[in-house]
Design a protein around this ligand. Structure first.
Ligand SMILES: [Cu+2]
Length: 155
């Protein structure tokens, strides 16, 4: 869990950097980050889901700015956002790295990460029609037949 804690701390730092730097550099262009918010929701049988269940991203439109995922947990339980195959980018000590997305969000907390767009682009280049789909769910409260939500990335 330490690794993810550090990652989200970094993401917050980066976010603040964007906000502060954005005032000087990028404000005129208005949309200087693309941000998508997921919200945890408790459902029946002690299970939980992340909403919205379906996200569609277009690389030609949404990849022009950094892509940020934000996770809000308004529930009374800790939830995890896991998306196999999707990577978050981070920089530590000047070294750029990418880690599989698995973020723990405590009750009443929010976290955010910067999505590694290069990884998605590379996945897409090998995919039919250059469209890739990633699934996401909370591994702590997922039912056996829950396929999870989908993030579809097209051209
Ligand atoms: Cu959960």
């Amino acid at each position: 869990m330490m690794r993810f804690a550090r990652l989200s701390t970094y993401a917050k730092g980066l976010w603040m950097g964007c906000v502060i730097g954005g005032g000087v550099l990028a404000m005129p262009s208005a949309g200087w980050v693309k941000e998508i918010t997921f919200v945890a929701r408790d459902v029946q049988d002690q299970q939980a889901v992340w909403l919205p269940r379906e996200i569609v991203i277009r690389r030609s439109v949404d990849f022009t700015e950094p892509l940020i995922f934000r996770f809000a947990n308004p529930t009374a339980r800790t939830h995890v956002f896991e998306a196999p195959g999707l990577f978050a980018s981070a920089e530590e000590g000047g070294v750029q790295s990418a880690r599989s997305v698995r973020v723990t969000i405590a009750p009443e907390e929010t976290e955010q990460i910067v999505i590694d767009r290069n990884q998605i682009a590379s996945d897409a280049s090998g995919a039919e029609g250059e469209v890739v789909t990633y699934r996401f769910y909370c591994p702590l409260h997922r039912s056996d037949d829950d396929m999870g939500g989908t993030i579809t990335v097209g051209q």
